[in-house]
Design a protein. Structure first.
Length: 337
């Protein structure tokens, strides 16, 4: 039985994803038995980002090891050997990339203890400055927590065609992963924000279900990272991809909430059971008795680079100051102090 602990984190090169990786390293070294090794699988969209991310994570690991060395001389070398990085290239906007990543994982590792679905894009193009300034001045805490109407986004953002996408072995991309598709078939529209934030992750979880089921004794878990901005008013089942929405990011996060929170309901079990089915498990491979679990999380309000601010060198600090003031005024959703 493999005693390593395997965790995949999407969007790990910056922001919340990178912070999650650092926290995983810290918590693992402090709480897990010395016999266990953390195999951390950060995913990014390019080889360069993978290399940069691993370099920064190795620096964090060395820093944590040096800190422990002060209290326990000689432990630094032991701790550094307990974490192994296995980066993967993953473009959640390209179904073929999702399929290829899942195939590589299934051939390279025996299980997945956790998949943290963090990666995403906002699709924002600017700020409604008059409204933003008015709301901040009249309701500081609420407007710094739920900035309704602040952000402008493009309506109708569609993903690049998937049918014509080719994998590395020349197979045409399709949802089943078998490489066959009618060249004359019309491709339905696929929302860009929806695909990157929800659908790409959804497929990755399904393709990796055998790895989640192989994590014993309780099976693995899928952890979705949502947002405080998952407003019910911005989501419609008639447009669940958010293609017609002027707030596609918020729509995608609301859909994320619905997917995760209804996962264990009896009414959804006929579909969720098939979603996490380990039917493609290798012959003779033992799986956990319980099906993989799904969790929902959100980070509160954090300052990251997901929003394209003008003059970022200045406005990022203004944003941080506004968030600090909201925290001082009693906000529970600004947890960075």
């Amino acid at each position: 039985m493999d005693d390593n602990y395997y965790v995949l984190v999407t969007g790990a090169n910056s922001g919340i994803g990178f912070a999650i990786c650092c926290r995983l390293i810290d918590e693992f070294l402090q709480t897990r038995p010395q016999s266990q090794t953390l195999v951390l699988i950060p995913t990014t969209r390019s080889r360069r980002k993978c290399d940069d991310t691993v370099r920064l994570l190795e620096a964090h690991l060395q820093k944590a090891s040096r800190k422990a060395e002060k209290s326990f001389p000689g432990i630094s070398m032991v701790l550094q050997k307990r974490v192994r990085f296995q980066p993967e290239i993953l473009d959640l906007s390209a179904i073929v990339s999702v399929q290829q990543c899942a195939a590589r994982l299934r051939s390279a590792i025996p299980k997945l203890d956790a998949m943290i679905f963090n990666a995403g894009i906002g699709g924002w193009t600017g700020i409604n400055w008059p409204w933003a300034i008015y709301k901040i001045l009249t309701d500081w805490v609420a407007s710094n927590t739920w900035p309704v109407g602040f952000k402008k986004a493009t309506i109708g953002m569609l993903n690049k065609p998937q049918i014509s996408a080719k994998s590395s072995d020349g197979a045409t991309c399709n949802g089943s992963g078998n490489g066959h598709r009618d060249a004359n078939a019309a491709e339905p529209p696929l929302g860009e924000i929806f695909c990157a934030n929800v659908f790409g992750h959804y497929l990755l979880g399904h393709y990796c279900a055998p790895l989640l089921s192989a994590a014993r004794p309780d099976s693995g878990r899928i952890i979705w990272v949502s947002s405080l901005e998952a407003y019910a008013s911005e989501f419609s089942f008639a447009d669940f991809q958010g293609i017609k929405s002027d707030q596609p990011y918020e729509s995608s996060k609301r859909l994320t909430d619905i997917l995760a929170l209804t996962f264990d309901m009896p009414s959804t079990s006929p579909w969720t059971s098939r979603y996490v089915s380990a039917g493609n498990q290798a012959a003779g491979e033992v799986t956990a008795e319980k099906k993989p679990r799904m969790y929902l999380s959100h980070p509160g309000i954090v300052i990251t680079g997901i929003f394209p601010l003008p003059f970022p060198w200045l406005l990022t600090y203004v944003w941080m100051l506004a968030a600090y003031v909201a925290r001082w005024l009693g906000s529970i959703w600004h947890p960075f102090l």
